[in-house]
Design a protein. Sequence first.
Length: 200
Amino acid sequence: MCLLLLAGCSAAAAPVPAWRLDPAHTRVLFRVDHAGFSQALGLLPGIAGELRFDPDDWAGARVDVVVPLPRLLIGDDDWRDALLSRTWLHAGRHPEARFRSVRVEPTDEGTARVHGELSLRGETRPVVLEVKLNRLARNPIGFRRTVGFSATAVLDRRDFGMKEWTNLVGTRVELEIQAEAVRYTPDTDEEHDDADSQHD
């Protein structure tokens, strides 16, 4: 009985696998209404961060992500400069946005609702991500252990101090996130393929 109890404690204390975001394959796309004429689209690349994730225990997952706002891609240099200005993202003073999870709520097989806090433009507000696990396997290129997710979220730009031009630019901002992360060992900072995992 003692041995069984010890084995159970040991299993419960096992660390949640660590994953590092691959900035080459992680993007945030945002869309917002432009005076009723179209949905304006912007892309934020170069995202960095870390996940703690075990597909068998979504409730124990955690995420901490940093988004470099000056890398914004919008398709027009003048418009990009305007969005990075003090009126909008104020990237000169707040060059990064950061999302940190506080709770993960499994919703179905391969999906979860990630409750977290988004810090943007000097304001921090709760934001909920609807997340879908796409695949967890060894990547055929480089054979690194990789996990991929798609996620969506909705926020109100006014919550983050962007209250101007509501007659021309929508206040509802929709986010679409595509993310890939590579398994690594934090103590050694080494990436690995975890070849014996059952999730190939």
